[in-house]
Structure formats: structure tokens, C-alpha cells
Design a protein around this ligand. Structure first.
Ligand code: FDA
Length: 399
């Protein structure tokens, strides 16, 4: 069987690309090895899919080639996807910092993409495994795709197999291996948007804080590779999570410390100093008025300061140390919760060998990569789907 375009991976990027290309009159087939399409959309945003971010722009993405994403993001904007969502009558709301979620269910986005594919006459083979890809000797001669359902021919092949996170719902390294086989470099894949863990012994004083959440400023790295976020942090049994930590995890490198300000809106040293003159108050209730009680207690125990100590008896040096520790807490993770818990992959197919206009390989004409399989990783908050849509549209419009 002959197709103009075969898309491997029926996820966010693959389905949008297939639908758009089909509606342009191309004969399109989508292949996925999973039983169900777009499992990551289904589980995204707590089942409501944070499908884009109103403010998405190039600065919200990490890549070894940071300018690569500019063109695609500018040509298919959040407003373009919102228009599609509105055309399908899907109601949505903004939750936090430009993040848009379905009012009802992520299934609506999947249905919308499948409707768009149906309108473009796109065929689906699923579950179906691609066993081999052969490229004829001459350039531009297309591809032979061997599958568990028989051989296929296509003029263009789009790899939309996503990242490595959550292997139990279909993630695979197939796209990365194929890229390598065709001579592409891979930027080392790493789990990102992922909870961070600490050495069990070091973490013991904080493990009792599991479940506690508070707003913080978290940062790591220096210069161009620095990340800094003002978001909520969540203590867990094994380490730290919550939006602040998921965001910073994408910037964190092995062995690098994090700096955390647990009281971003206050000058703690001045406040503790001012409370010193209050003879009726003790250190424990002053700190407990500024932080969740459990956190205040854990910190005093850690620094060996008695919570019942009357404020006037507190030494300036101790109060300064306390303020310093709480506002410039420095700690080094020993790792992350890994692919099982990561929302995305950082790294992927090196974009320096791809055309930013249509996502085509500069090495193999007719071979395209879209979505998360490429080395473009968005922040938490709808940015990764926006990259899936934008890269898919760039590809579909140009072939
Ligand atoms: P995607 O993963 O969507 O699709 C890849 C497809 O390829 C899958 O259907 C897979 O089965 C298929 N495939 C893989 N290997 C194959 C092979 N060898 N042969 C055939 N098919 C193969 N982002 C966001 O912006 N907002 C959000 O709310 C969330 N929420 C979220 C929650 C959770 C728990 C996770 C894990 C991730 C998110 N994300 C997110 C990230 C978002 O889901 C992700 O970035 C996009 O789905 C990436 O789209 P792709 O199409 O590139 O891959």
C-alpha cells in the first residue's frame, strides 16, 4: 500500500499533523503500537488536559539549540489551538498563569483530534508495530515501512513517538533509535518535570513533613542555564515535589545544589529581630506564625533551637542563622523519581540537524520529527502540548 505520509505515533503531535495533512488532500496513515490513541493526553492535567498556555513563547522552552522553536511557535500560536478547541465546542477555563484546561475532560481533546483526522480521511493502524524502515538508494525516493500488518510505502515519514516518560502507557525509544540509525545526534535524554529525591539519611528530618505544601522561590544553575521559579513546593516521603520542583527539575544537573527561599514575601531576619522585644512570645510560636507549624518545628529541631525559648533570650546569631537557613536553604538532590513519574523527557533528537520550518531531517529528505521526541522541552503548564501542536502544524503545512 502506498501513502503520501505515514505518521508513527498517534499522540498529540502525530494526530494533529495527520489531520492537517489529510485535510490538505494527502493520503495519510497513522500507526501506533498502543491499544489506545493519545494516552498521555488522556491522563494529562489530572484528566482535564492543560492543552496550552496563553503566554507560551520561546523563553518557556529548554533546548541545546534554543532558537529552533521560535519559528514554529510563531506560526502556530496558542490562539490557533484555542480557535480549534472553540470550533469543536469544547469549553475551557484558565487555572493559573495562562494555563488552559478543559472544563469537562481530556477525552474531548482526543475526540477533537480524531474528528480532524476523520475529516482528512486519515487511516489508523493500531495496535501495529513498525519492524523496519528502509530508504531507497536515491534521495527523495520515499520509504518502505515494514509493519506487523504488512509492508507499506510512503513519500514522507513523520516520527511522532514522544518522550520516554511513563513507559507503561506506551512510551518507547523507537524514535530516538531510528534517528540515530539515520545518523542523527541525540541530546542525552533525561527525566524532566519530575519530583526530586534526597539521600534517605539526610532527608529523615524532613520526611515527617510529607504532604506539606507552601509557596517558595527555587533556583539552580548559573548564567544561561539558570532556572528560577516562584511556585508551590510539596514535601514528600522521599524528597520534594510540587510545581516549583517539577519546574526546576528540568534545569537541575546531577550534583548541583538547589537554593530554596521558604518565605519569598518576607524579610525573615528583620521580622525575627523585631519579635525579640516581645517578652510574651516564644521562638516556636513566632516561627509557627510565619510558617506551617510542622515546618517551624522541624527547622528548630534541625538547628537545635528550643521552641519554648522566650524571644528576648534568643541570640541574634541564632535568629540570623534561622532566617538565613529558611530563606537560602541549600540542598543537593541525589536523583529524581525517574521516567515512571516524569511528565516529560528533556533532550531528544538534536534540532541542529532539523529544518525549523518543517521539522525535516537535514540528513534524510522526507523524514520528519515532531513533538517531544525532539530536543525541545517546555515548562510545566501547557507548554509541552503547545510544542506538540506547533511542531505538528509546521510539518503538516509544508508537505
Ligand atoms: P505522545 O507521548 O503524546 O505520543 C506518542 C505516541 O507514540 C504514543 O501514542 C505512543 O503509544 C506512540 N509510540 C511510542 N513508541 C512507538 C512505537 N515504537 N511505535 C508506534 N507508536 C509508538 N503537557 C502539557 O502541555 N499539559 C499537561 O497537562 C500535561 N500533562 C501531563 C501529564 C502526564 C502524567 C504526563 C506523562 C505528561 C503530561 N504532559 C503535559 C506532557 C505531554 O503529554 C507530552 O509532552 C505530549 O503528549 C507530547 O506529545 P507527542 O505527540 O510528542 O508524544
Amino acid at each position: 500500500m502506498q501513502f503520501d505520509l505515514i505518521v508513527v505515533g498517534a499522540g498529540a503531535a502525530g494526530l494533529l499533523c495527520a489531520g492537517m495533512a489529510g485535510q490538505r488532500g494527502l493520503r495519510v496513515l497513522v500507526i501506533d503500537h498502543a491499544d489506545k490513541v493519545a494516552e498521555k493526553i488522556r491522563i494529562s492535567g489530572g484528566g482535564r488536559c492543560n492543552f496550552t498556555n496563553r503566554d507560551a513563547g520561546p523563553t518557556n522552552f529548554l533546548s541545546d539549540n534554543p532558537n529552533f522553536c521560535r519559528s514554529a511557535l510563531a506560526r502556530y500560536t496558542p490562539q490557533d489551538f484555542i480557535a480549534l478547541v472553540q470550533k469543536h465546542g469544547i469549553s475551557f477555563h484558565e487555572k493559573h498563569k495562562g494555563q488552559l484546561f478543559c472544563d469537562d475532560s481530556a477525552e474531548q481533546i482526543i475526540r477533537m483530534l480524531l474528528d480532524e483526522c476523520a475529516q482528512g480521511g486519515v487511516q489508523h493502524w493500531q495496535p501495529c508495530t513498525v519492524t523496519d524502515i528502509q530508504q531507497p538508494e536515491r534521495d527523495g525516493g520515499g520509504f518502505t515501512v515494514e509493519t506487523s500488518r504488512g509492508p507499506l510505502q510512503c513519500s514522507r515519514l513523520v516520527v511522532a513517538t514522544g518522550g520516554l516518560s511513563i513507559p507503561k502507557i506506551g512510551a518507547s525509544d523507537w524514535g530516538l533509535r531510528l534517528a540515530q540509525r539515520f545518523g542523527h545526534k541525540i541530546v542525552t535524554p533525561r527525566a524532566a518535570l519530575v519530583p526530586l529525591t534526597f539521600d534517605a539519611q539526610d532527608w529523615a528530618p524532613f520526611a515527617t513533613l510529607s504532604g506539606l505544601s507552601l509557596p517558595v522561590i527555587v533556583s539552580t544553575g548559573k548564567g544561561k542555564t539558570q532556572g528560577r521559579f516562584v511556585e508551590d513546593l510539596l514535601f514528600t516521603h522521599r524528597g520534594l515535589s510540587g510545581p516549583a520542583i517539577l519546574q526546576i527539575s528540568s534545569y537541575w544537573q546531577d550534583g548541583q545544589p538547589l537554593q530554596i527561599n521558604l518565605s519569598p514575601d518576607a524579610d525573615l531576619a528583620t521580622m525575627l529581630q523585631a519579635a525579640k522585644s516581645d517578652s510574651k512570645r516564644q521562638l516556636g510560636n513566632v516561627l509557627g506564625g510565619l510558617f506551617p507549624q510542622r515546618l517551624a518545628q522541624a527547622w528548630l529541631e534541625r538547628l537545635g533551637l528550643p521552641s519554648q525559648r522566650p524571644m528576648p533570650e534568643c541570640k541574634d546569631k541564632d535568629l540570623q542563622q534561622l532566617a538565613q537557613q529558611l530563606q537560602a536553604w541549600q540542598l543537593t538532590p541525589n536523583g529524581s523519581e525517574g521516567w515512571r513519574k516524569a511528565e516529560v523527557m528533556r533532550g531528544g533528537v538534536d534540532t541542529r540537524e532539523l529544518n525549523s520550518q518543517n521539522m525535516e531531517s537535514k540528513r534524510i529528505p522526507g523524514l520528519h520529527f515532531i513533538g517531544e521526541v525532539m530536543d525541545v522541552t517546555g515548562w510545566l503548564g501547557g507548554y509541552n502540548f503547545q510544542w506538540a501542536w506547533a511542531s505538528a502544524a509546521a510539518c503538516a503545512r509544508s508537505i
